[in-house]
Write a protein that binds this ligand. Structure first.
Ligand SMILES: CC(C)C[C@H](N)C(=O)N[C@@H](CCOc1cc(O)cc2c1C(=O)N[C@@H]2C)C(=O)O
Ligand SMILES: [Mg+2]
Length: 339
């Protein structure tokens, strides 16, 4: 009698939770080495203390063993603890790195900003947020189609080409010919075979591409230690949270930090610090999602080497008070959106 349930690990105020699955149509469709998509399926978590409400959005990703139902259930499982005061500082004790923790962590940060009247950027000690240049992604397709799309998108100073293995030398060449002055990065999403990696990296360097993201399946990471390369190789599917960063050293030159992999802003900031201490360069990336999912990543992007936060640009429509994109830059969020 009177004792707290065993699962109570927080000492904050009771919070109410709302969890919703939302579908946001993509303009046209979006293709990478793993398949095509016509909509972004996101999970929205809201935490309320009765007067203020904080929001966070995540994208469950089957590649990491996640499903929409599983992520919703993981967030829902926090309900009793939120009711007895679970706060952000204890969240990592309850959820592993991944999409579910991301949505809740970002909702906590947003709620804390509203409760304290101080932006998240101020609370993490950042200077006033500035606009940052983001890549714009060209979907995987035939070389001529990708070249045409790159030409249409050439107002974006930095393009990210999705690659797929066979035919990638032609894709890189065709796009480079179409946009000779545009900065290019490429993302193979694990589609290169070990026997292709050396020649495709050389072709990427020759065509003036400045970064190659996740060339090999994550299981083949060890092979990269012996691959000579003139351009940086960036880990995406091989990099999740700060604990596993050490394994990338000697294999990769950079790491793509995504809040959905890390489990939110708290861990993404830690990952960014730790990547620097291992002398890894930093990309900040995203899934196909609304501006609410990009907003916290803009804080990590302030010190990143490459920024890939174009999710909302691929959507047919975005949330109210969505991020502004202009001249290749993405602008900091309004507190009406997040933070
Ligand atoms: C809007 C762009 C796709 C975002 C960014 N530029 C990007 O390339 N991000 C990812 C790709 C992740 O996109 C995928 C791939 C997939 O197989 C399934 C999904 C998504 C997604 O966003 N939602 C579903 C779950 C990258 O690899 O860097
Ligand atoms: Mg990637």
């Amino acid at each position: 009698m009177g004792s707290e349930p065993a699962e109570c690990i927080g000492d904050g105020k009771p919070l109410t939770l709302s969890v919703r699955v939302q579908h946001w149509p993509i303009r046209g469709n979006f293709t990478i080495a793993r398949g095509s998509k016509t909509e972004a399926v996101v999970v929205l978590a809201e935490l309320s203390d009765g007067s203020a409400t904080g929001r966070g959005e995540c994208v469950p990703y089957a590649r990491y063993g996640e499903s929409v139902d599983g992520v919703v259930a993981a967030i829902e499982s926090l309900r009793p603890e939120l009711d007895c005061g679970l706060d952000r500082s204890r969240l990592a004790e309850r959820l592993p790195p991944g999409a579910a923790r991301n949505a809740v962590d970002c909702a906590f940060w947003d709620l804390e900003a509203k409760q304290t009247g101080r932006t998240v950027a101020e609370r993490v000690g950042l200077a006033p947020l500035r606009p940052v240049p983001t890549a714009y992604t060209i979907s995987l397709g035939e070389p001529a189609v990708m070249a045409a799309q790159a030409r249409e998108a050439s107002a974006h100073p930095l393009l990210k080409l999705k690659l797929g293995g066979d035919g990638d030398a032609d894709r890189m060449r065709a796009v480079r010919d179409a946009v000779p002055d545009t900065r290019l990065i490429v993302d193979a999403n694990e589609a290169w075979a070990p026997h292709q990696v050396q020649s495709l990296l050389a072709m990427a360097a020759k065509t003036g591409i400045e970064l190659v993201e996740q060339p090999l399946p994550a299981d083949n990471d060890a092979l990269l230690a012996d691959v000579a390369h003139d351009i940086p190789i960036c880990a995406d599917e091989s990099a999740h949270d700060s604990l596993l960063l050490e394994q990338l050293v000697g294999r990769y030159d950079a790491v793509n930090i995504k809040l959905d992999k890390a489990g939110g802003l708290t861990e993404a900031l830690r990952m960014s610090d730790r990547a620097r201490s291992h002398e890894l360069k930093i990309m900040v990336g995203c899934m196909v999602a609304t501006s609410l999912a990009m907003a916290p990543a803009i804080l990590v992007a302030q010190t990143a080497d490459w920024i890939d936060l174009d999710g909302p640009l691929l959507l047919a429509r975005d949330r109210d008070n969505g991020l502004a994109f202009a001249n290749g830059d993405v602008y900091p969020p309004s507190p009406k959106l997040w933070g």
